[in-house]
Design a protein. Structure first.
Length: 296
């Protein structure tokens, strides 16, 4: 038995992803936008990564977006559902690979559905060769904030309470701390908002189903949603968030993660007192010892 808190129904998520797999090409706009932003980071790295692993999609799909980036010679895909190309069906919480196998690991929009995220990141770091690179993209806490607010308001008004309709997601600072906890060197986490607009909330929910991104929280309500509650949610969404053109916004926050498998050649922070230049000189100001600043 694991001591990890179980938040997500992983079996339900695999079923959702399997249903969505047959029509991915009709609903992959978000994944494509996130992949483009994430892979841009390879342009800033002067290293080659001959053997790479991608989680969250199949190798054939990502190869279309790589466009020769990163010097990748062999790309292995791994997901909970079958895929095209060189692909392994596996679980991100139990990586089916030995240690120090890959030069690069890419996790594309799959980490926000993992119960043991610290453990999954540790396994990724162990699967990397020394000085190997990890690039990850997950949905952050601001994602679907408009939908979350509308469901909460509708259920509170008509049913006297609220159930978890939108998945809880990590914040940027939490993600950075998890990278460090997992043992990555030079960890960086940054966020970017990808705004999307819809004619109505029904079309948004259709896209979420098509992407396999619908609710998989263990504590979700299993019964059918009341028609009145659904219609009230749609009404509140339109009423509180629609723009002048009548279209509603849907916020998707991408948290991009970057970390390196430790290696002795990497830069390391200096110990206190070892700096060659002083911050005060760079800022052209006067430096005072602690407690020694003159009173105004």
């Amino acid at each position: 038995m694991s001591d990890t808190m179980q938040v997500f129904d992983r079996s339900a998520k695999r079923r959702q992803r399997r249903r969505a797999a047959s029509r991915t090409q009709d609903y992959d706009f978000l994944r494509a936008a996130v992949a483009e932003r994430l892979l841009d980071r390879l342009d800033d790295v002067r290293c080659s990564f001959p053997l790479a692993l991608v989680q969250g999609c199949d190798a054939a799909w990502l190869e279309q977006h790589l466009q020769g980036r990163g010097g990748i010679e062999t790309l292995v895909g791994m997901d909970g559902v079958a895929g095209r190309g060189l692909h392994v069906v596996g679980d991100e919480e139990f990586l089916p690979f030995g240690e120090q196998k890959f030069d690069l690991v890419i996790a594309l929009l799959n980490l926000h559905w993992i119960n043991d995220l610290p453990g999954a990141l540790i396994q990724i770091r162990r699967a990397l060769k020394p000085d190997g690179l990890f690039l990850g993209a997950m949905l952050g806490g601001a994602t679907l904030t408009e939908l979350r607010q509308s469901w909460l308001a509708a259920e509170a008004e008509l049913e006297g309470g609220a159930s978890p309709r939108v998945s809880p997601m990590a914040e940027t600072l939490d993600a950075a701390a998890l990278l460090q906890r997992a043992g990555f060197a030079l960890p960086v986490a940054d966020a970017e908002t990808i705004p999307v607009t819809y004619g109505d909330a029904f079309r948004l929910m259709q896209d979420l189903r098509g992407m396999g991104e619908t609710n998989a929280v263990l504590g979700r309500r299993k019964a059918f949603t009341r028609r009145a509650t659904l219609l009230r949610m749609v009404e509140l969404y339109q009423q509180n968030h629609a723009g002048p053109d009548g279209r509603i916004p849907a916020t998707f926050e991408m948290i991009a993660l970057t970390g390196w498998s430790p290696h002795e050649s990497q830069q390391k922070p200096l110990r206190p007192g070892q700096a060659a230049n002083r911050l005060a000189a760079a800022l052209d100001t006067v430096e005072y010892p602690i407690g020694g600043r003159p009173k105004a």
